[in-house]
Design a protein around this ligand. Structure first.
Ligand SMILES: [Zn+2]
Length: 156
């Protein structure tokens, strides 16, 4: 079909190597370090190119490569809204990044200024999750303590 061959030829021509994963389709620890997202992302499929390794130039123009909110946690719909600069999606992305930064700041304050242990800090944040079952609580607390250790290690 002529139409589809035209489409694919065109797409091939107009894509660029994904600036987030550098074409691997996966974000690894080196990419995370390069983009200074150690406390915000985990390695895995690249959410910027959706694992393809290439993106349209419009993507690079519209979405910052280190947009913290653009992770594989987003639904495809929200992802497309963000890429198309839907004002609500853009606002949500900004407030997401702000909450993350606030949380990291709070953890640092509790640890460095109030001399709380990582265990105590984790307990404070898990207060609201007391209705979860014990196994979940233990697992989440362990994950949170590991994360807090990374947050405070950055400044140590
Ligand atoms: Zn990518």
């Amino acid at each position: 079909m002529a139409f589809f061959s035209w489409l694919f030829r065109r797409r091939k021509k107009t894509t660029v190597t994904c600036p987030r994963c550098l074409g691997k389709g996966k974000v690894d620890l080196n990419d995370i370090k390069r983009l200074k997202m150690e406390l915000k992302w985990a390695p895995g499929r690249c959410a910027y190119c959706n694992g393809v390794g290439k993106v349209a130039p419009e993507m690079v123009a519209n979405v910052a490569v280190d947009e913290a909110y653009l992770t594989t946690d987003l639904t495809n719909r929200v992802r497309m809204r963000l890429i198309n600069k839907d004002p609500e999606a853009v606002m949500r992305a900004a407030s997401h990044e702000q909450s993350m930064d606030d949380f990291i700041e709070q953890v640092r304050r509790l640890y460095f200024a109030e001399n709380r242990s990582t265990e105590e800090i984790a307990t404070i944040y898990l207060q609201s999750g007391l209705d979860m079952d014990h196994a979940t609580y233990i697992r989440e607390k362990k994950e949170l303590i590991e994360y807090i250790n990374r947050v405070v290690a950055k400044d140590a």
